[in-house]
Unconditional design. Structure first.
Length: 150
């Protein structure tokens, strides 16, 4: 699936892509300049820093709660209308944005590669009923070709 940033409309089959990490450009952020896969290094790093599945641990910042209070409204204000949209949230982590997206979108698929983060997100947000949670490497996701991304 190739994601093309698009800020318009409320097409019912459109998947809104909420980019929290990574890149919009066709580059694999998990391969270094020599083409060596560094995914295992990243996985080990995040295993070490995801044991508690807290916002402080996820953001590697002891003041993460305060930062979230300031950045959350700003980031959410940059999104197009999500009313009736299906949202694919890549790098969802523990769900700092998921709960807000769920109140606006018809459905949110929250994806992260750390199992502890996905579980925390599921615990905090599955009661909404319009969410699915997926532990996966976002660089290897395969979505139906009849869906577009914005």
């Amino acid at each position: 699936m190739h994601a093309t940033p698009h800020m318009s409309g409320s097409h019912p089959n459109r998947v809104s892509t909420f980019w929290t990490n990574g890149t919009r450009f066709n580059r694999d952020p998990f391969i270094d300049s020599q083409g060596l896969v560094i995914r295992s290094t990243m996985t080990e790093f995040w295993k070490e820093h995801s044991r508690q599945a807290t916002v402080e641990e996820m953001m590697l910042d002891s003041h993460a709660q305060e930062l979230t209070q300031h950045e959350l409204p700003e980031i959410l204000s940059l999104l197009p209308s999500l009313s009736g949209q299906r949202v694919l949230e890549l790098g969802a982590g523990i769900g700092r944005y998921t709960s807000h997206l769920l109140t606006q979108a018809s459905h949110v698929t929250a994806v992260d590669f750390m199992e502890s983060f996905v579980e925390k997100n599921r615990q905090d947000n599955s009661h909404h009923g319009n969410a699915s949670f997926l532990q996966a490497d976002v660089t290897k996701l395969d979505f139906p070709k009849n869906r577009s991304a914005v």
